[in-house]
Ligand binder design. Sequence first.
Ligand code: 6R9
Length: 650
Amino acid sequence: MNVQIDHTLEEIRRFRPSPEFAAQAVADARLYDAASTDRLGFWADQARELLTWQKPFTEVLDWSNPPFARWFADGELNVAVNCLDRHVEAGIGDRVAIYWEGEPGDSRAITYAELTEEVKRAANALTELGIGKGDRVAIYLPMIPEAVVSMLAVARIGAIHSVVFGGFSADSLASRIDDAEASLVITADGGYRKGRVFPLKPVVDEALAKTEGGSVRNVLVVKRGENDIAWNDDRDLWWHDTVSTASPEHAAQAFEAENPLFILYTSGTTGKPKGILHTSGGYLTQTAFTHKNVFDLHPERDVYWCTADIGWVTGHSYVVYGPLANGATQVLYEGTPDTPHPGRWWELVEKYGVTILYTAPTAIRSFMKLGRSVVHDFNLRTLRLLGSVGEPINPEAWIWYRHVIGGGSIPVVDTWWQTETGAIMISALPGVTDLKPGSAQVPIPGISVDILTDEGQKVEGEGGGLLVITEPWPSMLRGIWGDPERFKETYWAKFGDKYFAGDGARRDEDGDFWLLGRVDDVMNVSGHRLSTAEIESSLVAHEITAEAAVVGAADETTGQAVVAFVILKERHANDLDPKDASEELRRHVAMQIGAIARPRQVFIVNELPKTRSGKIMRRLLRDLAEGRQVGDTTTLADTAIMDIISAQVR
Ligand code: 6R9
């Protein structure tokens, strides 16, 4: 199979770091030199500098049993102490850890001292409930401070959390509880979303009726939604009766660096979700290192905000572990970006004086769709760094983000990583790297990646192929919970000793990496490889387009054909005939990329099918494009969307 990517948009804009930014930057070009001179020594230095070890490690990496890595294995630490107690001991207990904002507008400022005390109480309460080292605790909560407290309390006693996103169904929750054999579920009566209370405890009740293992002994319930719930006296406990009354004294024990920290389920290409397993010392080292250097964190003056839900890996690494290990002050917001008004996010940036914002391209594009007036009502001048994660960010969105949100001159870092990698792997370092819109750019110091052909040949210099990680890294997944064979099969069988990421990538003439989407999204049109991301990027670059999704649909003559689904910008949607718009976009792509990329069809639609984490489900669009019955839509944020799109396409 030829995995050459034939066409990629030329993106020639470059942005040098401003001298003012570079002068105060945390990152330093010498990090690259140190890591390339002695990679393991570099990570050992980071682990020692960024974390506090109760027992120092002597061995850095044990790779004697690949693909099962052990980092800093003879060292011992407590993850929660690293995120909390040591900051209080260092005299910054009065620093705000979390500015929490509920969707209805209620708010709380929680200092490091207060957060530490609350986690100690929760740790005592969990111990009281019989939870100990290695036990699994499922967390099914809205974005409230108790979510962070729960994760850290579980970590503090050496147990393992499995956070399940609050939007998941009872079935999904039940299968995750069963797979991990969780003995406790922490939930809330309900949470706020789009101006309404959505029930959580009732979903837990339904899930527990469906579980097969019967592993759950207790359900701990935070009162948040004040909605009516059923109560099982033998099983259910209120947080305010159990945690708030527990002792605030708790001496934390040290655990070995490889003690499991969490399981997080992520969907694979087929079959049941994979329980990605992460451990303690290496994970915390790389999340802390990247959070500090990629986001240029000055913890004494920055206000950081990552908009991800704690149900996703971005919420684990860049809401909980990275920022708290670094003693950062951050914003935590419960609700949706457009409640009660479309400018809510920007109102929060102004209210808290946010300096660093980390979000996803899908959010940026939905604000682009609304237009800049929503943003201009608010003062965003405190912002000094912007980050992006989750999918390729097309150059147009990158530029819009930098200009409209960032005021035109601040760095935008596009960060590539996965649930499996645990922490950021490819990203510019602000103040050091020249920025290139649309490219995630370079592996961070201490990380080695490469591009291979489908047969495993190295792609030398400029060219496209499959992204691999060639050396073990501290925050790498340690396996799939309960399924070592699937771990080997999914990530290591294809190229032996190299980690197969499942993403296509291209290296340009400067050695910068461009992520091209999942390889299952690479199309083959008349024997030419085309990336969905590349054609989407071209479509979005046209002034009438707000959002675009591209799929390869089976075609009798060309093997696959390019089929696009496009949402027009609001101001064009009314005055353009969809037929004309569609023709114009086909012509535009042919002109920008080449005739080979000209979409067979461009459907103008009002919505695109997205998962709850905002990823476009191209599989469903492919079903539509190929005239099939639309497949399983249960992971869509809004399951009715496909009916609406189908009606528009027919
Ligand atoms: C952190 C996260 C991982 C997949 C990954 C890739 C895509 C993430 C990206 C990106 C291009 C970026 N992805 N960041 N693609 N540029 N900056 O999103 O984890 O939910 O496991 O998704 O997301 O395809 O393989 P996860």
